[in-house]
Design a protein around this ligand. Sequence first.
Ligand SMILES: *Cc1c(COP(=O)(O)O)cnc(C)c1O
Length: 463
Amino acid sequence: MDQVVKPELLADAAQRAQRYLRGVTARRVSPDIEALERLAELGGPLPDRATADEEILRLLDEVGSPATMASAGGRYFGLVIGGALPVTVAANWLATAWDQNAAMRLTSPVAAQLEDITLEWLKQLFELPGSTGGAFVTGASMASFTALAAARQAILARAGWDAGARGLFGAPPIRVVVGDEVHVTVLKALTLLGFGRDTLVRVPVDGQGRMQADALPALDDRTIVCIQAGNVNTGAFDPAEMICRQTKAAGAWVHVDGAFGMWAACAPRRAHLTAGVPLADSWATDAHKWLNTPYDCGIALVREPEHLRRTMTASAAYLHASDQREASQLNPELSRRARAVEVWAAIRSLGRDGIADLVERTCSHASRLAARLSAAGFAVLNDVVINQVLVAGESDEATDRMIAEIQRDGTCWCGGTTWQGRRAMRVSVSSWATTDEDMEMSFDAMMRLGRAAGALGRSPSLA
Ligand SMILES: *Cc1c(COP(=O)(O)O)cnc(C)c1O
């Protein structure tokens, strides 16, 4: 091929993407059965011969697009999933054309520079100490894994044990303390790092899922305490200030899972929730949730990045390390996509005010919805402090029926959970794209389907 560019193909992709996004607000949120059935068309025997590029794109769009979850629109409230800001989608296309390997400054000067800049901005947004360094990884799961690997290294080094050289068998024991409501991905990270699930010390939580600071065990400098900023169900924050002060006094390491909750620090009316978070030693957060960048992007942040460097460093004669920040010395991966591109684009385009507005707007949607559902007779199980709402009907069975009806109906999409023994519908408002009209339509659907499912029992007006 004499040219690396196929203009018609890229134009076709752009047009198809635009058509998709133009339709994403009007269509049902979950794909219909017909769309799911058509997915089989993507399969078939391993092709022996080439297929035209145009045909590949056509097939992806005609069969793939209808079978997507419309989380790019404004009425998807499952997990904690943001839409992608338009500028981040555009930046992502350009960066995909660049096809950079962000492993090293040598393989991509621009990726390295964008990581440097973006890390500085993130530190300012979250008010983290100036020394903090970090790594761009796939998500908060890997961010916790990365940061906790540094914690393990630091604690063992302090005990005179070089884990990199001697391994873990026979190493001095490290105690790990988590809240009873610890996120499952932190547990996964801990088990990958060799901390057995059954060896963790679990601290009881209150009705919102917050760790009870006065129930912390005795701490010492061989302890890692994992706290969270933003419970995945309630949105509640562990009392970071109290916990960090106790923990620091004992010389222990505090890790914060702030997958989405860290971003509350950016909104003046919510920032009090993150008080004390900057006192920790490491943090995990996501850009693909509340900052609304495309998948995938999480960030591991470590107060003393030297610990991260000692943990992740890998040298070989053919890998050139400059004396500046080198991602490959801080990341678990070598080759990586340049995911700081979209983070840079989002922060640069929104600015501090725009991020504050995004956080505040989604929180307001959540609290207004909670107030209306509660007035209509639903039980709201959590204090709606940020963007998460837990809604329950008359009985667990009715709540589950309502969730199933909502998912089938397609006006909006909500998942289910069990909160302290009771079934609940989770509503997570995390997208820049959610409008007042989206919330109105979703509220109407919840009322209609909640009633049909018997989640409201007798109508309150008849009571
Ligand atoms: C989403 C989430 C995670 C995991 O993040 P991924 O980006 O999916 O890896 C961890 N902790 C909390 C509190 C979350 O909400």
